[in-house]
Unconditional design. Structure first.
Lengths: 332, 220, 332, 220
């Protein structure tokens, strides 16, 4: 299927979309350096900065979450490609301008991790106070955490660590809060239709006309369970059961649930899926404490969604509820 | 037969590597789309341009500086895993003791070993994991034994290229354990790892590039 | 192309998606009566209620904008079908429970208008104090306002009239503010790929592999200008010039700009389009006062977008900036 | 030949209309997808079910009440323009002076005229605008002249059905001025307006439904 996208030159996609973002939200963020997105109004000097890196083509992720109570800096890579270490270091240097310490949130993807590790080496050699947290909550990766990708779980991690930093907590405390959030979250993705790579125009994977694939990655990385297309309720049940089992959720525990659309799947469908998730949790005596349904990280016009659950404690809930004012995530 | 690598020879090696990648980049992306996201060819194209830029005659500075900057520049490619690995590999070469304006076979080998050491720090992947390390490690080892046998640089690089090619070929029979493809299990069986193939192409390019440079120095 | 959607039975789509919406945002809205969405916490007694009606399948529009500072009630119809007058009257009766007066916001589509008119007759015969405003800002309909459909322009109308009502303004004042907003806005849509009707599974229109259609309606109603697919910048320029001309915008005037994604078009693309709109306005000496880029009313997985411009005055800006807390539109 | 319409006959008329729509609903949706959103068939199916429900034997109340409730129930179909127009049409019929338990040809005609009056209030569309009015108006007019000629109900409804069919056919040569299709200009030329076709099917169904009922009353 021929790609039909509103772009100009493929190689200009990233700078142009970031410029559009900055022009659309001048009160929230601005472009600094080379494809680095920063808060329009930096938080008070001395407070911990939250910095992230990641490939583009996933909008609003990741730079759409730069703003009060969330990210301070986002380093945007090329389409689906991690930014190199030199630019990550550039961002961290700006974040630590007045000696602030920095929490570096990294989604577990080979390229991102490698850039992040090299960045951490350089930062250390330059005496910068940076701690890194790796998000890896995609249970389709199997038992070994290293094999689990970072999916939409970045959102609660940005949110709670951003809120803690805003509150003036120390780097160590922010890290611990982020790690507790990360340890207690799980995500599983499903795809039903492929997307086209905006630079190459090619489909990023193939799927039969009546198939769906559970465990699909965010860049067309193949999944683990290919099956006949199921109803919304059946799909929700399959995915939720795998997630609850993996996180070992007990009756009465508080969960945050996020249904994240991949791009072409309608909010109509996401809400129908969420409805089933909510019913199933009630049946199991698990408390649906908080929820979000929408598009937070997309894969172009791919059809499918990610289902994320996270076990919440009072402090995590407090930081989740704290005010935030990013272009694509606002809490009054 | 080439005896030393100076700035000109390095430029020819990089140009040769770039030429090989340019002729194969589509196949590299195709391989990457089997288990990955299909961008490896594009990433390698950008990385090779950076290598060439780092060695244009206008560039001042000694070999050590050129290698470090070449590596840094490749790191800046934003290409994900492969550009990071290669960038660290080239910048790591500059960790070797490079005193003179040119390297003999032993010196070049030491530089490649330093690059491999730096790259190895960034990954837990070992031969058999179906990554570029399956080509890079045997290539550097072959370079070392050729150098110890007292072979000339041309011979040593030929040996390295053959070892890299064999290593890349061997990834066909492996399942990936690192990188995007690791989630695939059996699905990549029968296909070369794109990163490993890139490494083989690069070493082949070193040889062909050097051959040209030799040709020209003969004429000159 | 076979439809691949996460639904259960086609005839259950609307009740299920509305239930999902209410379950996902229990603090903001609830279901009342038959497919009627109401604010979880009604605004203070006596204040004007803002009520709307419209077909479903356009999520988050329209019910996703029920909440503080925006809608009080939304009457959801079947997929792409206006709700009948009896249910509209039911909602208005609830809105006017304690004698409150009601502003009834109606998007100009034959079915909606007919239901609304019948509803207004009934409401009048029952002595309810209801005033209706029709939004028709789609310039592809030609010079006659009656022929102009109501597209994403409903959003600023909900916003400013909702804020005015929240502030305690009278029905007449809320109506005047809504009408001023409506008179000063224009929208044009473009589509590049069709959507499938979630009930029938059929494509709702056809378009050549390298064509785009300007003037496309929200339900597959054919547009007015079919042309070769253009770049983001070319498309933005064509559409913006038509809009500026129709609204007769002068140098130095303040505009609100909304780029609304149709469904499958990525935020990446919408931001690239917005970038060009912003540049073009600067070139023309027109002031980009406010902007929004996202999905507010969709047509399933259709690819394309709506570009809306509105001339703002200080009062309209004040109400646009006022706090709002709806599921899919939050202003802190 | 039928002389009066009571509750049973009305039920048969509605059942006949429903049967015709059910056999043609896919074509109605196809026509609607040319200039509209392709849902007209589905909407009409739901509307017809409501009409039938309104006339099940269990329903108490006189003809007037039944007609008003039938119309209200059709308005509740959520089908957009067409269900609103038809709902208003049927509920409007109850505005006519209906005193007896059954209607003779003049009474039925008066009722249809009252329905048309109510429907006309909801639209500015006139014959030639390519809407259901292109079928509805001539149908009611034909009914009137047949009634004035002293024809029986069967004849009058046959005349109405023929007029509705002719009116629907005539929309082929028109471009739409109302409804979703109005934005299309020439594009709907050559195609019937779906709403007008529905009206024709409904009046045809009235006739066939009544014929059955007549058949049955003969047998009974
Ligand atoms: N952890 C790793 N260690 C070593 N090499 C890796 C690792 N991850 C990926 N690679 C190499 O990178 C190649 C993919 O490169 P590329 O597609 O450019 O980057 P990305 O996977 O980020 O898109 C793989 O074929 C593999 O050889
Ligand atoms: N303003 C109008 N006046 C009279 N009839 C109308 C009007 N708008 C639409 N119609 C009729 O409704 C038909 C479409 O019905 P339907 O598709 O069920 O409703 P919608 O257009 O809301 O989807 C058209 O074919 C036309 O006959
Ligand atoms: Mg990549
Ligand atoms: Mg890749
Ligand atoms: Mg409709
Ligand atoms: Mg229709």
């Amino acid at each position: 299927m021929k790609m039909k996208k509103f772009i100009n030159q493929p190689q200009r996609i990233v700078p142009e979309l970031l410029e559009g973002l900055a022009l659309a939200f001048p009160d929230k963020l601005r472009l600094v350096g080379s494809n680095i997105v920063a808060r329009a109004v930096p938080k008070a000097a001395g407070k911990v900065r939250v910095v992230t890196l990641g490939g583009s083509g996933h909008e609003p992720g990741l730079s759409g979450f730069v703003g009060q109570g969330m990210l301070d800096f986002s380093v945007a890579g090329e389409i689906f490609a991690a930014p190199g270490a030199p630019r990550c270091l550039e961002a961290i240097r700006m974040a630590a301008e007045r000696g602030e310490s920095v929490l570096f949130v990294v989604l577990n993807h080979a390229g991102d991790v490698m850039s992040a590790n090299i960045t951490m080496d350089m930062a250390a050699s330059q005496g910068l106070n940076v701690k890194m947290i790796l998000t890896h909550e995609d249970i389709s990766g199997g038992p070994n955490p290293e094999d689990r990708r970072g999916l939409v779980g970045f959102l609660p991690v940005y949110k709670v660590s951003g809120a803690a930093a805003e509150e003036g907590r120390s780097l160590q405390e922010c890290l611990e809060i982020a790690e507790r959030m990360e340890r207690n979250m799980r995500t599983l993705a499903v795809a039903v239709r492929t997307a086209t790579h905006p630079s190459t125009g090619h489909a990023i994977f193939d799927l039969g006309e009546d198939e769906m694939e559970v465990g699909m990655g965010q860049h067309g990385e193949a999944g683990t369970m290919r099956m006949q297309l199921k109803t919304a309720d059946e799909t929700a049940d399959i995915m939720l059961d795998l997630l609850l089992k993996d996180l070992d959720v007990k009756r009465g525990e508080d969960l945050l649930v996020i249904v994240n659309g991949a791009g072409a799947t309608t909010l109509m469908e996401l809400l129908i899926v969420f409805r089933r998730v909510s019913h199933a949790l009630k049946e199991k005596g698990i408390n649906l404490a908080r929820s979000r349904v929408g598009e937070y990280i997309t894969t172009q016009e791919q059809a499918g969604f990610q289902l994320m659950i996270a076990r919440m404690d009072p402090e995590l809930l407090r930081y989740w509820d704290a005010p935030a004012d990013a272009p694509y995530f606002v809490t009054p | 037969m080439t005896e030393t690598i100076g700035k000109n020879e390095l430029a020819r090696m990089f140009a040769g590597a770039a030429a090989r990648i340019r002729s194969e980049h589509e196949q590299l992306s195709e391989l990457d789309s089997i288990g990955g996201d299909g961008d490896h060819g594009a990433t390698m194209l950008r990385a090779m341009t950076r290598l060439e830029e780092a060695t244009i005659p206008e560039r001042t500075g000694d070999l050590k500086t050129i290698l470090r900057e070449a590596g840094w520049s490749v790191l800046g490619v934003d290409g994900g895993a492969s550009s990071s690995m290669l960038g660290i590999f080239f910048s790591g070469m500059s960790d070797a003791p490079i005193t003179s304006a040119s390297l003999d076979c032993a010196g070049l080998t030491a530089a490649f070993e330093a690059g491999l050491k730096a790259a190895s720090k960034q990954t837990r992947a070992v031969p058999g994991d179906k990554t570029m390390m399956d080509a890079l490690i045997p290539a550097v080892q072959a370079l070392r034994s050729a150098a110890d046998r007292g072979g000339c640089i041309t011979e040593a690089l030929e040996a390295a290229a053959n070892a890299a090619r064999a290593g890349a070929e061997s990834t066909k029979n492996l399942t990936a354990h690192y990188g995007r493809a690791k989630h695939l299990g059996e699905k990549t069986l029968g296909y070369q790892d794109p990163g490993a193939m890139s490494v083989a192409l690069i070493f082949e390019g070193f040889c062909s590039g050097l051959a040209e440079s030799k040709g020209e120095t003969d004429n000159g």
